[in-house]
Ligand binder design. Sequence first.
Ligand SMILES: Cc1ncc(COP(=O)(O)O)c(C=O)c1O
Length: 375
Amino acid sequence: MTSIPFIDLKSQYAIIKDKVEAGIRRVLDHGQYILGPEVAECEKRLAAFAGSKHCLTVSSGTDALLAPLMALGVGAGDAVFVPTFTFTATAEVVVLAGAEPVYVDVHPRQFNIDLAHLRAEIDAVKKAGRLRPRAVIAVDLFGLAADYAALNTLCEAEGMTLIADAAQSIGGAVNNKRIGSLAPITATSFFPAKPLGCYGDGGAIFVDDDALLAKLVSIRVHGQGKSKYEVERVGLNARFDTLQAAVLMAKLDVFESELEKRQAVAEAYAAALDGAVETPQIPAGYRSAWAQYTILSDRRDAIAAALKEKGVPTAIYYPVPMHLQNAYRAYGKGEGSCPVSERLARRVLSLPMHPYLDPASIAHIAGIVRAASRS
Ligand SMILES: Cc1ncc(COP(=O)(O)O)c(C=O)c1O
């Protein structure tokens, strides 16, 4: 068996090579490397794809989360509720904005923010009175949308802003409505390993609100006002490169077919692993973008070792929840405060997942997992 990559950007490149190279050549010919015409064209296509009124590209998924917090004036004295089982950036941006993250536990099989625990933490913050409940950043972990119907209702009732951290989930949907149109603000990442990635760092924000968009446009370029050297607010240097926009558009052309292929891979894994380990649970009406295929097992380390021995790469997303990370634990309540996430951190294992994973490789991987889960 030839080696199986964790993600396979080479196979994808073989398919999109001509378009990528033609797109890059066009940029080299016109030379508008900063906010060239490809950036606006890419934003238009992304907004149409996601069913959002506006899309504003930025330099990373992290900036796509930070810029909205800045635009909303989230800062000192504000509580921003985040799932603890997530990538660092979700909590990092809250601290960078000057606010405090409040950690919320997650669903044991869907991995997204737990609504009952969120409710309890909002009530606890209100009762303590030190912080003002200001926003929720819900994460669509591994490609599956959080419960935005319930989250929108809760945030509206509490006068809080809901931000979707869709870094892993662009392409996913709920009842045929695409991620990007399910929350008032959605942030995504085009990091190369994401389901829709470019060839460097990149990200985007999806919003319907015109006034909010205008603030984000300003923040993206140093808080710029009507003219270049008029500064309205504190901002960032957070532009998406023209070259990356050209690359991303070539990838958008094949994205729909890749999402279908990812779905087929996930279904094949689920069938092949049935009964051996716990496989991801996708609620009815939801479509995952399958950024990761993550299994759960008490024998996680033995399974990972067996796969490694046979040359199959795996990853642990995430070994330490945010409330136990050295940089962020001061904001939380320590060990035992988010027990589901703590248990997940000990049991999760992400298997190779990409659109070009063939049935023989899936069977091979599943065979090793099944054997190691028994022995
Ligand atoms: C859940 C989540 N949020 C935010 C980010 C940050 O995105 P980026 O790496 O593009 O800054 C990532 C990806 O790395 C992520 O997985």
